[in-house]
Write a protein that binds this ligand. Structure first.
Ligand code: NI
Length: 387
């Protein structure tokens, strides 16, 4: 099995790729230069089955093992950056104002490229590896579109694996858990419909601002007083808009926010109870509401068998004590969820050391992690597709 030592010769190249990608961040589906860079590298490794233009700029490339027929497993990296002004002053910081790789997708792409080179050289497995490079993770739609465009069926992918760096987790450590590991993402909008009028005559009006304030306070108790404290649910009000003038009570007030949950039943609860609580408060004041609830991304749910495989592959690389197989899930969302909805698989966190947090202007992917990520991918393939 591959050790960190065996992939150390890739370190310099992978670092150069990572820093090039970091200097040239692209957004959403517009990762044209990034996709061209990835395609050119894959071809230079002697990989000749490369399909581009999936979900606009996504790529799937296939590597056959030397061990004969076997299943196909998918390894996924995301390629897109964020609309953030970078404030680190590294020599490799973003050359494009207002855009930066603040989530480490530059590192994810470089690690999968490094694994591609290693696997194309050694081919010490049976069956096939499908390298999946996706656009628009931050948009939350890239993975879904690649699945909708049929990559799982077309390439015969039977299991799929993902990885994300984790600031605050030590370099050389991994974290994973069976079941939900990243949260579902929903959004809601509430419009409070009162009756506007002169601010000097409150008795003639139904003030939507006072009602909206009560609704916001009421929403704070849905989690604290109505859900099991051992389960995870977040309801955050993130927008509150009403009024234009000092002397007018407006007709409407708008409230909006986000819901994060690990299990589907809590999304049902949130949708039902946000409506019931808001409607109840509004009715009590003689007003009414309009309510919209949108389910944007499902939770990222790891499958048991594949989680065990991922743990085994990581432990072969860094030892049992450096792999936490009961890591605390995050309530952030991840569109790899759509791939795990389509096929069994597992998503793992890789330590990024003590860097700034994800989506922070000072964040940088830690190049010391590259080696571990590459080693994990190679071990995973040689474990899942052992000849
Ligand atoms: Ni990310």
């Amino acid at each position: 099995m591959h050790s960190v030592q065996m992939s150390r010769d890739l370190q310099d190249d992978a670092t150069a790729w990572r820093r090039y990608l970091h200097q040239n961040p692209e957004l959403d589906y517009q990762v044209l230069n990034t996709a061209a860079f990835v395609t050119q590298k894959l071809a230079s490794f002697g990989i000749n089955h490369i399909e581009t233009g999936i979900a606009e700029t996504g790529i799937v490339a296939l590597i056959q093992g030397d061990g004969g027929d076997g299943p196909t497993i998918g390894l996924r990296a995301d390629m897109d950056a964020l609309p953030i002004v970078e404030s680190s002053n590294n020599p490799w910081s973003s050359k494009i104002p207002g855009r930066m790789h603040a989530c480490g997708h530059d590192g994810h792409t470089a690690m999968l490229l490094g694994a591609a080179r290693q696997l194309a050289n050694t081919r010490n497995f049976k069956g096939t590896v499908a390298l999946i490079f996706q656009p628009a993770e931050e948009d939350g739609r890239g993975a879904q579109r690649m699945v909708q465009e049929g990559i799982m069926d077309r390439f015969g992918i039977s299991r799929v694996f993902g990885m994300h760096n984790s600031p605050g987790m030590e370099i050389g450590k991994f974290g994973i858990c069976d079941g939900p590991i990243m949260g579902a993402l929903d959004e809601f909008d509430i419009i409070v419909k009162g009756r506007g009028g002169h601010a000097a005559s409150p008795h003639m009006n139904i003030d939507p601002i006072v009602i909206a304030a009560q609704i916001v306070v009421g929403l704070q108790t849905l989690v604290s007083r109505n859900t099991d404290p051992m389960e995870s649910l977040v309801i955050s009000v993130t927008k509150l808009n009403a009024g234009e003038a000092y002397n007018i009570i407006p007709e409407h007030a708008q409230i909006a926010g986000t819901v994060r949950a690990l299990v589907p039943a809590l999304r049902d609860f949130a949708e039902r109870q946000i409506y019931a609580s808001s409607q109840g408060v509004a009715r009590g004041f003689g007003a009414d509401i309009e309510f919209k609830y949108r389910r944007l991304e499902p939770a990222t749910v790891n499958h048991s068998t594949e989680t065990a495989l991922a743990v085994e592959a990581a432990r072969k690389l860094v030892g049992a004590n450096s792999v936490d197989d009961k890591v605390r899930p995050s309530l952030g969302s991840e569109d790899f969820a759509y791939m795990l909805d389509a096929r069994p698989g597992a998503y793992i966190f890789i330590g990024n050391g003590s860097t700034a947090s994800l989506h922070n202007p000072e964040y940088d992917f830690n190049d010391e992690a590259l080696l571990y990520g590459i080693g994990y991918w190679v071990n995973l393939v040689e474990t899942a597709l052992a000849r």
